[in-house]
Design a binder for this molecule. Sequence first.
Ligand SMILES: Nc1ncnc2c1ncn2[C@@H]1O[C@H](COP(=O)(O)OP(=O)(O)OP(=O)(O)O)[C@@H](O)[C@H]1O
Ligand SMILES: [Mg+2]
Length: 230
Amino acid sequence: MNGLFITGTDTGCGKTLISLGLMRLLQGRGHSVLGMKPVASGADVTPQGLRNGDALRLRAQGSLELPYPAINPYVFAPPIAPHLAAGQAGETIDLNLICAHCEALAAQADHVIVEGVGGWRVPLNERQAVSDLALMLGLPVVLVVGLRLGCINHALLSAESILADGAPLAGWVATEVEPGMLARSGNIETLEQWIGAACLGVVPYLEGPSADEVARSLELPDLQGTVGVK
Ligand SMILES: Nc1ncnc2c1ncn2[C@@H]1O[C@H](COP(=O)(O)OP(=O)(O)OP(=O)(O)O)[C@@H](O)[C@H]1O
Ligand SMILES: [Mg+2]
């Protein structure tokens, strides 16, 4: 499978926006790309069924129009931890089923961009977490760092865990989720110095950010490179 697994320092750190930007970047290079949100908690009731905003945006950015469940097999209404949402719905999240969905997408496009849920160690069922899903998919991981106070600690712990789990860390992307972060450049320099992986971009705060604009701040050199935390 060709593609990337997008994780982040937290919920709301910019994973969807960066996923859309990466999709746009690859599409700009002439590749077909599909986005996937395997598990989403927080969804609207519609006549067609539950719909999650991230999944709809990833689907819209895709190079092919696919049925909603193909890109978001597990969707739950309450915006709570996914294993708890699944439990409330009387379901168990099956990572093998997600892998099968992802392989089906990969067979239809040059690349699949898979957005995780929350951060790296979010439980998905009683035994397995987002990290297990990323390892099963075997895709290089991109760590999205939402630039805000506390992000250095979250970023370093996440990068350490990704590498300790034996996942290939393709790199990290910082995004300015709020305008006017104090000591912005110092934070970015510290991340560059301490995360022993490539910085694939720093996205400035954008009013109503579009995938096009985000793509312009991103680089994707060697997707297969694995690197370590200093
Ligand atoms: N560079 C930026 N400029 C402006 N807004 C940004 C930027 N980066 C992220 N945001 C905003 O921050 C918010 C959170 O981003 P996003 O939805 O991509 O996070 P997420 O990690 O996917 O969240 P979730 O955990 O809900 O999936 C969004 O409103 C997004 O538009
Ligand atoms: Mg998201």
